[in-house]
Write a protein that binds this ligand. Structure first.
Ligand code: CP
Length: 314
């Protein structure tokens, strides 16, 4: 594996899920795999889980990691070619990524979308600039379009909790929010769930349709209560509208998931990638109750990242 930015195919996904579960059972089974090599973790946006879990994963493999908060600690980057750099951007991505590629054996990048420039966001412009100019293997730590390390950890968590012998019914359920939130987690979760051959329903208010490239094959349901019937896993996530791009729309119904909404479905487990705004996106009663898998998902981020780094080092 030379790059990890999206779901590739079911056999690669299954191999990564199995490898992550092996690492979970024995995190130090390959303590020298990354010896003598360096991982650069480049953040253009904030993070708790992605940052720390990937550093722990690297440490478990003997891989030295360095975190660079490029949004705060380094020169402001110009991303566009041919620009006259006479304003506030100090360094061009070509130069910065080239330098980072000479310092590190693997680069991992977090670059959120602007939610204002649809064309650049949907082409994953910033991630692709790093890939083009660094010349080393790149791992996405969440791009404008996808969050593949989160989705891999989510697939590991589903695998651990799957009702035996059953193709699980997985529901991606839109949640309210006060801010315009990117589509990456929702896109990726849909991509991996269908890629892993799960029965996926996506439920959201009308107007919050995701890009069809991620939803083709899923059941789209505007009635949340109907979608929740028979769900084995409910993945709660907010995202902003796609059309008009990056906007919050007025919604009449209450989409907050609580125990009351799930009272007819005793078996459903509830997932969220975190951070979560309690009682806005997801009720305390669910987050603090036996259905919640959110802590398991966060822990599995370590082993998902370790499986990916192990694959790149192999
Ligand atoms: N789920 C997730 O990516 O968390 P962070 O934004 O804290 O890294």
């Amino acid at each position: 594996m030379n790059q990890f930015t999206k779901f590739e195919n079911i056999s690669t996904a299954n191999a990564l899920i199995s490898k992550a579960l092996e690492f979970k059972a024995d995190p130090h089974m390959h303590p020298n795999k990354g010896q003598g090599k360096r991982l650069g973790l480049i953040f253009l946006n904030p993070s708790l889980r992605t940052r720390v879990s990937t550093q722990i994963a690297a440490s478990n493999l003997g891989l030295e990691s360095f975190v660079l908060n490029m949004d705060k600690d380094t020169w402001a980057l110009e991303m566009h070619d041919g620009t006259l750099m006479n304003k506030n951007k100090v360094e061009h991505i070509k130069d910065a990524a080239g330098v980072l590629g000479s310092y590190f054996d693997i680069l991992a990048i977090r670059a959120f979308p602007s939610l204002t420039n649809k064309q650049e966001d949907t082409s994953d412009f910033i991630l692709k600039q790093f890939i083009q100019y660094s010349g080393v293997p790149v791992v996405s730590l969440e791009s404008a379009v996808r969050h593949p390390l989160q989705s891999l950890a989510d697939m590991v968590t589903i695998r651990e909790n799957i009702p035996s012998g059953k193709k699980p019914k997985v529901v991606l359920s839109w949640a309210p929010h006060i801010k315009a939130i990117p589509h990456a987690v929702a896109n990726s979760f849909a991509e991996w769930s269908m890629g892993c051959d799960y029965d996926l329903t996506i439920t959201h208010p009308e107007g919050y349709e995701l890009d069809e490239q991620f939803t083709q094959g899923a059941d789209i349901q505007y009635n949340q209560n109907k979608a929740l019937e028979d769900a084995d896993f409910v993945y709660v996530k907010n995202w902003s509208a796609y059309n008009p791009y990056g906007k919050i729309l007025a919604v009449d119904e209450d989409w907050l998931l609580t125990e009351k909404k799930l009272k007819k479905n005793k078996k459903a487990k509830v997932m969220h990638c975190l951070p979560v705004r309690r009682n806005l996106e997801l009720g305390d009663d669910i987050l603090d109750g036996p259905r919640s898998l959110v802590q398991a998902q966060a822990k599995n981020r370590i082993f998902a990242a370790q499986a990916v780094l192990d694959g790149i080092l192999s």
